[in-house]
Design a protein around this ligand. Structure first.
Ligand SMILES: [Zn+2]
Length: 148
């Protein structure tokens, strides 16, 4: 019932998609949402039901299905008391920060150099990033969206 209505109403569908993305992000950062006292259906149940009812374009990729998360970071990144600079060009701000599926953190400077940052991890990323508000089918599209 709920899903049938969503399919007919595109605006509602978009809102629902955003809601799902937010929910996924909350689940990623706040595991206690799955506590037994919660009355909402368990995420595992949704994952089983959704593919039967939702057309493929309506499903939000799970954390396992996306290659990674990305966010802009205009300010200099201070890690262990020192400003992180790009080994390729010396840039120290205007990064795009990636949190990959294996929880590794990568930095991309304005010039397109990409470098791993082992001192940061997914927990750090989750503390600093906002809710997931958009999915990009390709990395290039994501970079364009963030102005790189
Ligand atoms: Zn660089």
């Amino acid at each position: 019932m709920f899903f049938r209505r969503a399919r007919e109403d595109r605006a509602f569908r978009e809102a629902q998609r955003a809601g799902f993305a937010l929910l996924l992000q909350l689940q990623a950062t706040q595991p206690w949402l799955d506590a037994p006292e919660q009355n909402a259906p368990a995420p595992a149940e949704e994952e089983v039901v959704a593919p039967d009812f939702l057309p493929p374009d309506l499903r939000v990729p799970s954390r396992q299905e996306v290659a990674g998360l990305m966010m802009p970071c205009k300010q200099p990144l201070v890690i262990d008391g020192e400003v992180r600079t790009c080994p390729g060009c010396g840039a120290y701000r205007d990064w795009i920060v990636f949190c990959m599926r294996d929880d590794s953190i990568w930095l991309r400077c304005r010039a397109g150099h990409e470098t791993n940052e082992p001192r940061l991890d997914a927990a750090w990323y989750n503390r600093h990033s906002g809710p997931v508000d958009r999915f990009h089918p390709t990395l290039e599209e994501g970079l364009r969206h963030l102005g790189h």
